[in-house]
Design a protein around this ligand. Sequence first.
Ligand code: ROI
Length: 167
Amino acid sequence: MTTFDHLAYIGLGSNLNHPISQIQQALQALHYLPDTRLLTQSSLYRSTPLGPANQPDYINAVAKLQTRLPPVTLLSHLQAIETQQGRIRTGERWGPRTLDLDILLYDLQQSQDPILTLPHPELQHRNFVIYPLYECDPELILPTGQPLQELIQNTSGEGLERIKNEE
Ligand code: ROI
């Protein structure tokens, strides 16, 4: 890794239109991003929806990337993948979606920019992010200085089930 490279963690989520395939296809797309290497991918997890309960369960995963893309460029590539996989932005808050790709962490950057808040503002509160992130990197220290290990110890795995990637 050179000084031009950065580490980014991406959260993936889907609960529409064959979610497991959506996530697998998105992982492939991450693999082909320019100036980027997909270093690690977590298992896939089935999770009960956070938000309105009258929607299907989600499939979630986390990917660890080494990249030369700046954060906003990475974000626009992620949005292009979402669109390519048929995501339609209805504006419905916390509604079902074919594919959601979030930048969870980008190096140790902290930003309050509403376009791209870093770390992802909900990271600390979502077991479907924390568990797969821990699988990618059990030694991770968050930009706040908190070890991920400490966060996972305080986070229930309720509603979360690790599934086999080949399911
Ligand atoms: N719930 C779960 N379990 N997984 C998600 O990825 C997810 N994403 C969302 C909301 C609607 C908040 N709920 C979720 O955007």
